[in-house]
Design a protein around this ligand. Structure first.
Ligand code: NAD
Length: 492
């Protein structure tokens, strides 16, 4: 297979003439050759998006929405084909790859419906014979920069709201998942999206992303990825006065109180901690457990973790796929070694796994005796490593949870409605789950985090439209005379 960049409605090789490989992390095979974009291609892509903006902005929103419905239909038809390529490009098991594509289908239909809403509002005004309304304008040319862990779902949270609101796009996906990214864009082309409305740049390294961030023609940036990269982007974008949304790292926790349903917690914890090999932004990496239930829960988790089947995600019996690459494997193992040096005890795992001598596999790992404030407890590991922290009370559990420098997702297991509501009130993360693990957000609700995870924006739901639209307040005075607001209607 071979994939190219998509600029102004044409598939093009990068101007630098370089290529790079898309590698399957399950067996290290090259699945596709990718033509790399370089900085000069950014210029061409911004030009194409700028040229397309005027007519896309003026295309009635319901018609833009209809195109999104068509894209949703095509994604539905191609779900299996895309899911299989996604698993090969990124490694997640096939059932989860289907879920990744499903999220894009759901988002296409949800945002397609926004084509007939994109609600503004009217409100009464102070003066007679005057009318006021607030409407949404598109933000302009949007730069979209995404990570590899949800190669279709995460971009779709950005691309569909941007398109329905009338923005044009340059998308720079992660170089770890170029093949599935190009296959996704082909669906938009097939649906008949006008040339230049959606452009794709495939590139290794940071240069192309940086050039996109720095380009004055790109007015709005939507980024998902690590906190370090997000901060660098925010600094550069701030200097240029750009609108920028950041979704970054996480250190999510499951809180388990003594009255929790043991079997349910065990199922949910395994799924939240080791699903997607722990490489979800919402993956549970801390288990904050009340002391009474801790021994039984550890025993149950240990037994089940040992039985997890590792392997190539295309095999439907495999439960845990590889991590994304060798660097990630080494980074995860390094964290594990630091944890051991700091006194935590690995109950299971803590080693690189050998699956037919190929690929990047890590054994699902449970750490006991993890101290609040230690490296394992504080840092995002982004791999299959779960740290168990014991606490005495709900209040202590919430304190440990809220002390994290990240704030994406927290869940709590309890059968006591009073404690559940206290937790809902006092947990400070963007997502809170009651009697469910930390993963599983649905696209109709706002998604995002606080503290080191976000910068105040939200994706998904109608909240996603805030980034991709600018409010315009319009006043119509039909009195035929000068009426001075805040002056002429005041007697005193
Ligand atoms: P990353 O920050 O390394 O890369 C993300 C994207 O930014 C990639 O496309 C990359 O090429 C690009 N990039 C890198 N340097 C850049 C620069 N200086 N300027 C512009 N672009 C640049 O992240 P990753 O390793 O791909 O993804 C993993 C991270 O993503 C984890 O920290 C995870 O928590 C986070 N994530 C967060 C969410 C969320 O919604 N909060 C969702 C998924 C993943």
């Amino acid at each position: 297979m071979e994939f190219q960049n998509y600029i102004g409605g044409k598939w093009v090789k990068g101007r630098g003439g370089k290529t790079f490989d898309a590698i399957n992390p399950a067996n290290e095979e090259v699945i596709a050759q990718i033509h790399a974009a370089d900085v000069a291609d950014v210029e061409a892509a911004v030009q194409a998006a700028t040229d397309a903006f005027e007519s896309w902005r003026l295309t009635p929103a319901p018609l833009r929405g209809e195109l999104l419905f068509k894209i949703g239909d095509l994604l539905k038809q191609k779900k299996e084909e895309l899911a299989r390529l996604l698993t090969q490009d990124m490694g997640k098991v096939i059932a989860e790859a289907r879920g990744d594509v499903q999220e894009a289908i759901d988002m296409a239909y949800f945002m397609g419906g926004e084509g007939r809403r994109l609600l503004g509002y009217t409100a009464p005004v102070e003066m007679p014979n005057k009318f006021g309304m607030a409407v949404r304008d598109p933000s302009g040319v949007a730069g979209i920069i995404t990570p590899w862990n949800f190669p279709i779902a995460v971009p779709s949270w950005k691309i569909f709201p941007a398109l329905v609101a009338g923005n044009t796009i340059i998308w720079k996906p992660s170089p770890e998942t170029p093949a599935i990214s190009a296959a996704f864009v082909k669906v938009f082309e097939e649906a008949g999206l006008p040339a230049g409305v959606f452009n794709l740049l495939l590139a290794p390294g940071a240069d192309v992303g940086k050039a996109l961030v720095d380009h004055p023609g790109v007015r709005v940036l939507s980024f998902t990825g690590s906190t370090a990269t997000g901060r660098a982007i925010a600094e550069a974008a701030g200097r240029l006065n750009k609108k920028v949304s950041l979704e970054m790292g996480g250190k999510n926790a499951i809180i388990v109180l003594d009255d929790a349903h043991l079997e349910l917690v065990t199922d949910a914890t395994l799924w939240a901690a080791f699903g997607t090999t722990g490489q979800r932004c919402t993956a549970a990496s801390r288990l904050i457990v009340q002391k009474g239930i801790a021994p039984k829960l550890k025993e149950a988790l240990l037994a089940r973790t040992r039985k997890l089947t590792l392997g190539n995600g295309l095999d439907p019996n495999v439960e845990v796929g590889p991590v994304i690459n060798k660097t990630a494997l080494e980074r995860i193992h390094n964290f594990v070694q630091i944890g051991q040096k700091e006194g935590a005890r690995a109950l299971v795992g803590a080693s690189v796994a050998d699956v037919n001598g190929k690929g990047f596999f890590y054994t699902p790992t449970l750490f006991d005796g993890v101290r609040p404030g230690s490296t394992l407890e504080a840092e995002e590991i982004f791999g299959p490593v779960l740290s168990i922290i014991e606490v005495n009370t709900l209040e202590e559990a919430i304190q440990v949870n809220n002390r994290s420098k990240y704030g994406l997702s927290t869940s709590i297991f309890t059968q006591d409605v009073n404690r559940a509501f206290t937790a809902m009130r006092d947990i400070f993360t963007g997502l809170v789950y009651i009697n469910h693990g930390t993963t599983g957000a649905e696209i109709q609700f706002p998604f995002g985090g606080v503290r080191g995870t976000g910068n105040g924006h939200r994706e998904a739901g109608q909240a996603a439209l805030e980034l991709f639209t600018e409010w315009k307040s319009i006043y119509v005075d039909y009195s035929g005379k000068l009426q001075r607001a805040q002056i002429d209607n005041r007697e005193e």
